[in-house]
Unconditional design. Structure first.
Length: 411
């Protein structure tokens, strides 16, 4: 038999260790979030996981996959949950809508809003909501409402809430999320923009031409994708028509993708930029600089079983890339002599490989001089019918329900 007392003591020690790490790395900054993450027994909401797995500070616990092994539901990593709770700024007495259920995050929210607040947790998957309801009831959070519904649609009888907290990856912002949000309320959502996902804390504001959302903070993150009416699939361009090299586009393929068919038949042009970064440096602004500045921005993956060496990314599953007409390019890195940094390079293939590599290298040098270590772009979400002249933007991304703008802050 398992000694429940010893097991509980061990879980408590692991939980405190996680919170200590998150306080030390700056993820947790508020005493309220520190308190609830020390209090709520995370492992009880991850049945089947070992204590060590449940209390891995930076790893999620996967709770459901499809027949292809694609992750459909998970208990997010403690670091991600703490980060988003800090962004949400939940206070006593608030009404909170959680989109994407699991139980643990709803328990944290219930603690933060207190007895006078309200938490509604919604998920499209009845298997998930059934598990969520059971876990919340078993561990003292029966007051949380759990609803099975497509959260892209209005939730019946919900009314307005102070915070909408989305815990699944979203490509778009359905109008229902904004309609259910109080004026001045906060929407926290892992939003995918040009293949890059950021947890964005938006506030609802009123402008000259109507309401829109404006970011207060953004953080790099990754999430299982949303299902239902707001689900969205990337489009894959197979270079030269073979599955060896795939370019992934989030917002539609290039106008004439077949112009790339012969790109791999030209010699690979390689250029090292002299731009170096630390091994642990956060590269949010570099990724965003490429997404904003390069119309053909995408990501590249190489099938390891079919790899012939035509391209040579450092990470075969994910490389920042871009297409321009009949040429494509991607970033690579190599360790510096001190072994504490990496240098960025550009590989390009196609008739205009040298010119395109030079263009991307210039972008990296501009980032190093003007954006590195600086603030992230401001992200705004406007209704889909908003005219261009009413949008502040260095790059506009058109989606089904919204127009997402990315703007560098004024100097």
């Amino acid at each position: 038999m398992t000694d429940v007392t010893v097991d509980s003591d061990h879980a408590g020690a692991l939980r405190n260790k996680v919170v200590d790490e998150l306080c030390a790395d700056g993820t947790i900054t508020s005493p309220e979030i520190e308190s609830v993450m020390r209090k709520v027994p995370r492992h009880l909401f991850a049945p089947g996981a070992t204590l060590e797995k449940a209390y891995d500070t930076y790893a999620a616990v996967i709770t459901k996959t499809d027949e292809h092994g694609v992750q459909l539901s998970s208990v997010s990593a403690p670091q991600i949950q703490a980060m988003m709770l800090e962004q949400a700024w939940v206070q006593l007495g608030m009404r909170v809508l959680e989109i994407g259920s699991g139980g643990l995050n709803a328990a944290y929210l219930a603690e933060l809003v207190g007895e006078d607040g309200e938490v509604v947790s919604v998920d499209i998957d009845p298997v998930v909501t059934e598990r969520t309801r059971r876990l919340l009831d078993e561990h003292g959070y029966g007051r949380v409402q759990v609803v099975t519904a497509d959260a892209a649609q209005p939730i019946a009888d919900l009314g307005e809430v102070d915070v909408v907290l989305v815990t699944v990856g979203a490509w778009d912002i359905p109008p229902a999320w904004i309609a259910q949000l109080k004026q001045g309320g906060r929407l926290v959502v892992p939003l995918r923009m040009r293949n890059l996902t950021r947890s964005v804390s938006f506030t609802r504001v009123t402008g000259t031409h109507g309401d829109y959302l404006e970011s207060e903070s953004t953080r790099i993150c990754g999430f299982v994708p949303m299902q239902g009416s707001s689900a969205h699939q990337e489009e894959l361009l197979l270079v030269n028509g073979t599955p060896e090299i795939g370019l992934r586009f989030d917002d539609g393929l290039p106008a004439d993708p077949h112009r790339l068919d012969n790109a791999v038949k030209t010699p690979r042009h390689e250029l090292w930029t002299g731009v170096t970064v630390g091994l642990q440096e956060v590269l949010d602004t570099l990724q965003m600089a490429m997404a904003i500045s390069l119309p053909g921005f995408c990501t590249m993956a190489v099938d390891e079983d079919l790899d012939t060496g035509l391209v040579a990314p450092v990470h075969k599953r994910f490389a920042l890339a871009a297409v321009e007409d009949n040429t494509f390019a991607y970033l690579v890195t190599r360790r510096t002599e001190d072994n504490k940094h990496v240098e960025y390079g550009v590989h390009a293939l196609g008739p205009n490989a040298k010119q395109f590599a030079d263009k991307i290298a210039d972008l990296l040098h501009d980032w190093e001089a003007n954006r590195r270590g600086g603030p992230s772009p401001v992200i705004r979400a406007y209704p889909a019918n908003t005219p261009d002249d009413q949008i502040q933007a260095d790059r506009v991304i058109d989606k089904v329900h919204s127009r997402i703008s990315l703007s560098w802050p004024s100097a």
